[in-house]
Design a binder for this molecule. Structure first.
Ligand code: GDP
Ligand code: MG
Length: 673
């Protein structure tokens, strides 16, 4: 053990939280460290190890949150990350977090972790659920059957049992590990003993010889590579099957001895799921629910936005007056009021809409519903040649594409990952919401929620079609169906929701204060300066010149205005900037107000009297499909490790955006003519 002492004499240890996906590791981590990491009611959300600090009595504890895994075999990135963390010599102890309400499934990993021989404490999480369901776990027999490791019942969500857990960790860390008791059949045990001896001989410093011996018998590639020993005479074949079987029969034995039902309640989950995961109705029900979410985003969001409107009017009016009073130069006043306040402030007024969207997404996720959507989509995904696991990142994409791209790490092959990365940006992220809100409100009065909602549908359909086409081209076949076990439905946890919504709003605000702030200034400059210095009319500016170059390309899509070209170009910095651009272009202080919208529509009509709903719809389509924001592009580059792939993706998206909006505009013009 290598826990260290710092200068103040306090002891310091490193502890890793390890467990299956969705068992509450991150919730526990957050509860213990006061961090606000994202918690979600489906697997694959934590993709990297995260660290946080806490302390108990005299001991400082660094806690490490890890991606959820089902076993210590090394197939997915998550398994690799977590296994590496578990075996790291820096880690002094492991908290194995298990979902006590489905102990049987969780124990497989527990048995594997025990073989590592590290000090370990079992955190029986979700005890509230266990009680609710009338289950009872024998707290004396369970630790006995697991080699006498401490077993502590907790509820991470209700924050019960946490002190006892920390106490057990520290205490147990000092006492060390007792012998683990799962015996394999004699034939295998003999081999393990032999291998253990070989390991100790070759690597005397190595700490978990038994674990390595076991992994050698399972023919584990990584272990063979890291600690090569010549043992062909012992490891004549892989004994993995027998060893897995052995663990499962032991788990069965444990469950028989420790689990009792006081009064079995019929799980209401089954009944609800018959509808929600129905092969035929599952998808329509999902679409209905999402449609309802949009309806809320628009109605409630609109009701709340009055507050922001007044605030922003006061601010820009006040700022203009104050700047004039101070006698600042005209250009500076224009930069402040028409550039920054219009650009950044305009984006802030969409907070109510964004807030409602995130609140709804948080509830849908935390209740366990989103995992069902992924489950329903599994067969669809398979049919279009995407891995079933691809839909989880895609759902995350409704929030923000950046974490969604990162979540593709859950996919097994690089090939699957890239395909998923390619289609994930088609899921409308929250940054596109302001664009949809603005243009639907302006051009589809009375139907704004439907116009916006249709963008989400179009995005999903295009994602699926794109996957299908790619699949046809490469004649590949689908692999990796979604082995997700559905979490129980539960009442969303207020704290989890609060963290989720706050994190997202914070990101939004940060973006407004950084990317959008800078973009607004840049836009103001390119629209107010031309070859001969500052210009009177924006149409003489650099921006106009640049935009005009693109007009011929955009004209077939009904978007042939240099103003739109400028807005689309600047929207690459962040999609909301499309809205800021319109505000800056037309000198509108608050784009998200009735007056602001009327002003924008009037301005557009002054320039192009024919610009109607069809054009607006094509603009929304273009915004949906063209290059995602720079942050996403950077993430794709990092995650794929390839510029070539990233550039191909950009070209593909640009072409698709142009092609789709052109087809829609041309076809639409025929019908409407
Ligand atoms: P992770 O994948 O292991 O990191 O799991 P999360 O921390 O993301 O939690 C998964 C889900 O379980 C979330 O919806 C949590 O709100 C929920 N959860 C976590 N701990 C508890 C608990 O003690 N009781 C209940 N009822 N729910 C919990
Ligand atoms: Mg997690």
């Amino acid at each position: 053990m290598n826990h260290s002492h710092d200068k103040t004499g306090k002891k310091h240890i490193n502890v890793a939280c390890i467990g299956n996906p969705n068992c509450g590791k991150t919730t526990l981590f957050n509860a213990l460290t006061g961090s606000k990491l994202k918690v979600a009611n489906w697997p694959g959300v934590t993709v990297e190890r995260m660290e946080g600090e806490t302390s108990y009595e005299e001991t400082e504890i660094t806690l490490v949150d890890t991606p959820g895994i089902y076993s210590l075999t090394c197939y997915t990135i998550e398994e690799k990350v977590t296994r590496k963390c578990a075996m790291d010599d820096d880690i002094d102890a492991i908290i194995n977090v298990v979902d006590a309400s489905s102990l049987e499934r969780n124990l497989y990993l527990t048995l594997q972790l025990l073989e590592l021989g590290k000090p370990m404490v079992l955190a029986l999480n979700m005890m509230d659920v266990v009680k609710e369901r009338g289950m009872e776990i024998d707290m004396h027999r369970l630790p006995e059957m697991l080699g006498n490791i401490p077993v502590v019942p907790v509820s991470a969500a209700r924050r019960t049992g946490l002190d006892i857990l920390l106490h057990a960790v520290i205490h147990h860390c000092e006492e060390g590990m007792e012998d683990y008791i799962l015996d394999y059949p004699p034939e295998i045990e003999t081999k393990i003993t032999t291998l253990e001896a070989v390991m100790q001989e070759n690597y005397p410093k190595h700490s978990s010889a038994r674990w390595h011996a076991i992994k050698l018998l399972e023919d584990d590639e990584e272990v063979k590579q890291e600690h090569p020993v010549s043992v062909v005479h012992v490891v004549d074949r892989s004994y993995e099957k027998e060893m897995i079987q052995c663990k499962y029969s032991y788990i069965e034995k444990i469950m028989k001895e420790i689990l009792f039902y006081k009064n079995k309640k019929a799980a209401s989950t089954d009944k609800i799921d018959r509808l929600l995961t129905h092969p035929l109705w599952g998808v329509p029900v999902f679409l209905l629910i999402m449609c309802f979410v949009f309806f809320l985003t628009f109605t409630v969001g609109d009701a709340l936005k009055g507050v922001f409107e007044t605030g922003l009017d006061l601010l820009s009016g006040g700022a203009a007056a104050a700047l004039k009073g101070m006698g600042v130069a005209g250009w500076l006043e224009s930069l402040m009021v028409e550039g920054i306040i219009a650009g950044v402030g305009g984006i802030l007024t969409f907070i109510p809409n964004i807030f409602i969207l995130f609140l709804a997404l948080a509830m849908l996720e935390d209740s366990g519903y989103m995992a069902r959507v992924a489950y329903v989509m599994d067969s669809v995904m398979g049919r279009v040649g995407l891995s079933g696991k691809a839909f989880l990142p895609m759902i995350l994409g409704f929030g923000c594409t950046v974490p969604a791209i990162m979540a593709t790490r859950a996919l097994e092959t690089e090939h699957d990952r890239r395909k998923t990365m390619l289609v994930t940006p088609f899921m409308s992220c929250s940054a596109r919401l302001p664009v949809y809100v603005l243009f639907s409100d302006m051009f589809f009065p009375g139907y704004e929620a439907f116009a916006a909602f249709s963008m989400y549908i179009v995005g999903m359909v295009i994602a699926i079609l794109a996957a299908l086409v790619m699949n046809r081209l490469e004649k590949g076949e689908a692999n990796g169906s979604l082995l997700i076990e559905l979490p129980e439905y539960k009442r969303p946890n207020a704290r989890t929701i609060r963290i989720y919504v706050w994190n997202k709003l914070k990101d939004y605000l940060t973006k407004a204060g950084t990317t959008i702030f800078i973009a607004s200034i840049v836009i103001w400059f390119v629209l107010n300066f031309g070859m001969g210095g500052m210009v009177e009319e924006p149409s003489d500016s650099f921006g106009a010149g640049l935009g005009r170059l693109l007009v011929p390309v955009l004209a077939p899509a009904g978007l042939g205005m240099w103003q739109i070209a400028v807005a689309l170009l600047s929207g690459i910095s962040a999609k909301e900037v499309v809205v800021s651009s319109f505000a800056v272009l037309f000198g509108v202080a608050n784009a998200n107000s009735d007056a602001g919208m009327t002003a924008i529509v009037d301005n557009i009509h002054r320039i192009n009297p024919g610009f109607g709903p069809l054009n607006a719809y094509c603009l929304m389509l273009f915004c949906l499909l063209y290059v995602p924001c720079v942050a996403t592009v950077a993430t794709v580059r990092k995650e794929s490790g390839s510029w070539k792939f990233t550039l191909k993706m950009i070209a593909f998206q640009l072409f698709l955006a142009w092609a789709v909006s052109t087809v829609v505009f041309q076809a639409g013009s025929l019908f409407l003519a």
